[in-house]
Design a protein around this ligand. Sequence first.
Ligand SMILES: [Zn+2]
Ligand SMILES: [Zn+2]
Length: 177
Amino acid sequence: MKMLELLPIGNFDARLLQNMAPALADAFRVPCRIAGVRLDPQFAFHTERQQYHSSEILQAMQEYAANSAWRVLGVTGVDLYIPILTFVFGEAQMGGPCAVVSFHRLMQEFYGLPADPALLIERLVKESVHEVGHTFDLTHCDDYACAMAPSHAVEWIDLKEVTLCANCQGRALEAVG
Ligand SMILES: [Zn+2]
Ligand SMILES: [Zn+2]
């Protein structure tokens, strides 16, 4: 059965996943459930950077995905990176089945501002739709308001909608089948 599963990576309040699941189910018109297990990301921690290598996390998710859902989105509060970049908000495998997203730099607290739980969920949904979109072979979109527009800072995320533009939506639904 086609199912998007949210896999918590590391420890955080599970209500975050419950809050984002309906928006993801809606975006891709597939059921979205929360995994009953949790992945410990410690193996991907690199002391020299004090960050977690997102590609290593994606690699570890493969095994889980093989016995699990059709698409798996890992969600984590740890700071992710790939070697050529200072950080990444997330990473995905083009064409699936796995993607990972971090809310570490989506929290207002990261920028020295007061917490804003509603804004956090909104940003997390946008970045989750973006990364899951890549697993459906969607590439970056020129429409700045589309969830598939690239974002290198939270200001860019805030310009986007939680939804896909008509073109990306059409391609995603075709891929979902
Ligand atoms: Zn992207
Ligand atoms: Zn688009």
